[in-house]
Design a protein around this ligand. Structure first.
Ligand SMILES: *[C@@H]1O[C@H](CO)[C@@H](O)[C@H](O)[C@H]1NC(C)=O
Ligand SMILES: *[C@@H]1O[C@H](CO)[C@@H](O)[C@H](O)[C@H]1NC(C)=O
Ligand SMILES: *[C@@H]1O[C@H](CO)[C@@H](O)[C@H](O)[C@H]1NC(C)=O
Ligand SMILES: *[C@@H]1O[C@H](CO)[C@@H](O)[C@H](O)[C@H]1NC(C)=O
Ligand SMILES: *[C@@H]1O[C@H](CO)[C@@H](O)[C@H](O)[C@H]1NC(C)=O
Ligand SMILES: *[C@@H]1O[C@H](CO)[C@@H](O)[C@H](O)[C@H]1NC(C)=O
Ligand SMILES: *[C@@H]1O[C@H](CO)[C@@H](O)[C@H](O)[C@H]1NC(C)=O
Ligand SMILES: *[C@@H]1O[C@H](CO)[C@@H](O)[C@H](O)[C@H]1NC(C)=O
Ligand SMILES: *[C@@H]1O[C@H](CO)[C@@H](O)[C@H](O)[C@H]1NC(C)=O
Ligand SMILES: *[C@@H]1O[C@H](CO)[C@@H](O)[C@H](O)[C@H]1NC(C)=O
Length: 794
């Protein structure tokens, strides 16, 4: 029986539409009113497009679970590109039907609705599987009233457009089509962003990749030759997202996969000569982001599950550290569980000797610290972690020891990560025993872990709170009990407002002014008559006594040759002031941009000093400090001509709403990294960007933006630099500097390092450690790409 017959049959018996009906896919005519398909075991219920490239119908996913889907029907994989009911599979015998009154609905065998195409039914005349992969409901004039292209799941196909706002949601696992943990969203304001979700809710965390704001009236388009881009209503390309140039000889699709990567795939259609070198399988031709492991850092578990770590080879993969195994190997994003009995916290039976470490280089779980020690040896770090029953992992990096608690989150193993992880495991490998001595403590932890993975947001929040309190309590106890090397620290002095008023002679001599503070010169009225710089922070600073004190003491604990030392503070009534040592040679801005200019070798020393100071802030001091406002005005020069970074840590003193809004971006125009404008996570890489600009200014002795440049191409330093570099005309940048011109090898090397630092894609920028190693010549500098290539690729 074919579809034509079915149509007349049902036309005659208008109300007899419940008769199950089976097609075998050979027919290529459209669904008419009253026709249906029934889910059967042999996967035979589907309807092909005229060319046979695509089919619409039922696919059996589980023994009694069918997916109503669209798939590529000419390839053995029969890859699914759209589905209606991923979260709610249909049992055998379910039926998709275009009812006589124009409703298109999926019902289970008892007639209960599972899904329906929400279209106005009145004028629906037929449904059709088109050759593009679009499944449509149409009226008599073939005007589409509903399209699967308008309700995408995780895949888009050539000729498909997404209009604002719309999104793709990754599936849960490769074979589970219910909503997963990542989203690709074209927002109303034109942003195109990738997000992790607050699974199992579908609300999102911070974007881990995002384009600049475009505005309204844009759409995402996948054209036939394999370009996926945002275009304006007049058709002009605003931003390329993925681009392969492929011919009609390939099937194509782009999918936000369950691992959070948006990939474009090709599959050769036949064996014409142009596709001979391609395997008969889907091949990835392009994808974003380039390395998801190193860019996702969020509340939640990160790109992988809790207690696991992410490693990008060709694809990102999630792994468990030694001593841990996947909770569910078929769902690795669920994370890993510990396989041994935890250490006893009973002081009578310390068990220290029963545990040892597995070492992993270049691995970290950045958000799981509960304690940090500096100026210690690796051996000390190991012993401290062994004697601490809360310590699950210790990270050792250049004299610093971080202790990590479970569940470990945002794990990453990547060459860009410095330091080594020491995973604490029980030596005898004994596995968890339900009635073991540690039963109680361990099971609580596991409950917390599993509840966190599977329960509601509120409960998670409460539990997190509980864990946090527990850890906080412990941390307190710990630092009093086992810390044999007290951290070298300078006692901060607490000044009264009156003292500082006197010291500055009534705030007489102003030596600087910024967006949120004015700086005055002063002299301490004690024996040494030391000069000081007093910074009067204005109302943009957070109120809240405790917070101010906590931040100030974090700044006070820093101590490095390339930082300006904080001496004290005043926190009295509405007054918030910070007191620094005074730098008599002023800032790098006046040093660099006024005559006589520092010579090439002095500039190299300043570049190195600033890099060392930043490296200390990022990786070596007890709490990581992101400066957020690196620029020549904030690098001071001391009387030995050494660069000293000032104003670090102040970003954290600002009211939170000021740190992130586009109207009040922290940092200074010309030096701020593009991610400030793109609602991407703010990481240490924003400082690397600003450092890159500063380095270019040091090389060329000119400002990052020179409105009065001789010609237009030279106005923006970064653009001009890349032009000079590309055209091999770097000597232009040091034109009147004979000393530098004699040292062109180094000039070129420094320019290349700076270009790496100013890459638009934060993940391409090196860490400050790498920057320093390159500056010092410890490692080679690879040829940098065009810094803006990221902008044009997303
Ligand atoms: C099937 O539906 C499509 C879309 O409405 C239409 O273009 C096509 O002519 C129809 N084919 C037949 C055989 O009715
Ligand atoms: C897919 O995963 C979800 C979320 O964990 C689960 O509820 C559902 O049962 C799974 N579906 C299948 C078919 O396994
Ligand atoms: C698709 O877009 C690319 C990039 O703009 C363009 O080069 C190509 O000609 C387009 N292809 C078609 C078929 O329009
Ligand atoms: C198309 O629109 C974009 C954005 O609205 C605009 O920048 C561009 O100049 C327009 N192009 C043409 C050819 O009108
Ligand atoms: C897309 O890629 C093709 C070839 O790979 C290239 O010719 C074309 O210029 C690219 N288009 C854009 C806008 O990047
Ligand atoms: C591809 O080649 C095989 C054998 O070489 C042949 O059997 C098959 O028909 C060819 N397919 C197409 C689509 O040309
Ligand atoms: C514990 O496991 C590790 C790694 O699987 C193995 O090398 C070691 O021999 C095991 N130790 C014991 C005591 O079984
Ligand atoms: C161990 O625990 C199980 C259930 O948790 C219990 O049935 C069993 O009696 C316990 N065994 C011992 C020796 O306590
Ligand atoms: C305080 O902030 C305002 C703007 O927020 C600024 O105009 C003013 O100069 C600042 N005052 C001081 C004393 O820095
Ligand atoms: C300032 O820097 C210069 C070197 O540029 C140095 O000779 C001098 O001693 C420094 N100190 C003062 C107070 O100028």
């Amino acid at each position: 029986m074919d579809w034509e017959q079915q149509y007349s049959f049902c036309f005659c018996l208008l109300f007899l539409t419940l008769l199950p009906f089976l097609t075998t896919g050979q027919t290529s005519k459209n669904f008419s009113l009253g026709s249906s398909l029934t889910a059967l075991d042999d996967d035979s219920s589907y309807k092909e497009s005229p060319s046979g490239d695509f089919a619409f119908g039922f696919r059996q996913i589980k023994p009694d679970g069918f997916l109503l889907a669209v798939w590529f029907n000419k390839i053995p994989e029969r890859t699914i590109v759209w589905s209606a009911n991923g979260a709610n599979l249909a049992p055998k015998g379910s039926k998709i039907e275009l009812t006589s009154d124009g409703l298109f609905q999926l019902n289970d065998p008892n007639g209960k609705e599972i899904w329906n195409a929400e279209s106005s039914s009145i004028v629906v005349d037929h449904a059709a599987m088109l050759d593009t992969g679009n499944f449509v409901l149409a009226n008599q004039d073939s005007v589409y009233l509903w399209e699967s292209f308008g309700q995408p799941t995780d895949t888009i196909l050539p000729t498909q457009t997404l209009s604002q706002p719309s999104k793709l949601v990754s599936r849960y696992t490769e074979t589970n089509y219910s909503s997963g943990r990542f989203q690709f969203v074209l927002q109303e304001d034109g942003h195109l962003s990738l997000y992790t979700t607050k699974f199992p809710l579908d609300s999102v965390n911070f974007a881990y990749l995002t384009t600049q704001i475009f505005g309204n009236g844009f759409e995402l388009f996948f054209n036939k030759s394999g370009s996926i881009y945002v275009r304006a209503s007049n058709g002009s390309i605003i931003s390329m997202v993925l681009n392969s140039s492929s011919s009609q000889d390939f099937y194509q699709r782009a999918i936000l996969e369950h691992d959070g990567v948006f990939r474009q795939y090709l599959y050769p259609k036949g064996n014409s000569s142009s596709v001979q070198r391609w395997p008969m399988a889907w091949s990835v031709v392009s994808f974003i982001p380039s390395n998801i492991c190193s860019i996702v850092e969020n509340i939640g578990s990160g790109a992988c599950g809790f207690n696991s770590y992410c490693m990008q080879d060709q694809r990102p993969s999630c792994q468990c550290p030694l001593g841990y195994t996947f909770i569910n190997p078929d769902d690795v994003l669920k994370g890993c569980k510990q396989n041994f009995v935890s250490q006893s916290c009973d002081e009578a039976t310390p068990e220290t000797h029963l545990f040892g470490f597995h070492e992993m280089q270049n691995t970290n779980w950045p958000n799981s610290d509960y304690a940090n020690f500096q100026g210690v040896t690796e051996d000390w770090c190991r012993k401290a972690c062994l004697s601490d029953c809360f310590c699950s992992v210790a990270i050792y990096n250049g004299g610093q020891c971080w202790m990590k608690k479970t569940p470990l989150s945002n794990g990453v193993s990547d060459a860009s990560v410095s330091g080594k992880a020491l995973i604490k495991i029980r030596k005898d490998n004994s596995t968890l025993t339900p009635n073991g001595t540690n039963k109680k403590e361990r099971s609580t932890l596991i409950i917390i872990g599993s509840v966190l993975l599977g329960s509601s947001g509120l409960l998670n929040f409460l539990l997190l709170g509980v864990t946090f309190l527990g850890v906080f309590h412990f941390k307190f106890k710990k630092s009093e009990v086992i810390q044999p090397f007290p951290t070298a620290g300078i006692t901060l002095r607490s000044f009264t407002y009156e003292e500082l008023r006197k010291a500055t002679n009534g705030f007489e001599e102003e030596i600087g002014r910024g967006a949120f503070a004015t700086v005055y010169k002063g002299v301490l009225l004690d024996n040494n008559k030391n000069l000081i710089a007093v910074k009067n922070l204005n109302d943009s600073v957070k109120e809240g006594d405790r917070e101010f004190k906590a931040e100030v003491s974090a700044i006070g604990r820093t101590n490095h040759r390339n930082l300006v030392q904080l001496l004290g503070f005043c926190n009295e009534g509405k007054h918030r002031l910070v007191v620094y040592e005074f730098m008599c040679n002023g800032s790098l801005a006046s040093f660099l941009f006024t005559n006589p200019r520092p010579n090439w070798y002095q500039r190299i020393q300043i570049a190195l000093g600033t890099a060392r100071g930043l490296l200390y802030l990022h990786e070596e001091c007890s709490t990581q400090i992101i400066h957020c406002d690196i620029k020549p005005q904030n690098v001071l020069i001391d009387d030995s001509c050494v660069a000293r970074i000032s104003d670090f840590g102040l970003a954290k003193l600002l009211k939170t709403d000021q740190t992130r809004t586009t109207t009040a971006i922290r940092g200074t125009k010309g030096y701020v990294a593009p991610e400030w404008f793109r609602s991407m996570p703010i990481t240490v890489k924003v400082d690397v960007y600003s450092y890159g600009i500063l380095l270019l200014e040091l090389i060329s002795c000119r400002r990052s933006f020179e409105a009065e440049a001789e010609n237009e191409d030279q106005m923006v330093l970064t653009d001009w630099t890349y032009d000079c570099f590309r055209d091999k005309k770097l000597s232009l940048m040091v034109e009147n500097d004979d000393v530098a011109r004699e040292d062109m090898k180094k000039v070129e090397k420094y320019v290349m390092i700076a270009i790496w630092c100013i890459q638009e894609d934060p993940s391409l920028r090196p860490t400050m450690k790498k920057v320093l190693q390159m500056l010092e010549g410890a490692i080679d500098v690879p040829i940098p790409p065009d810094p803006t290539s990221f902008m044009s690729s997303i």
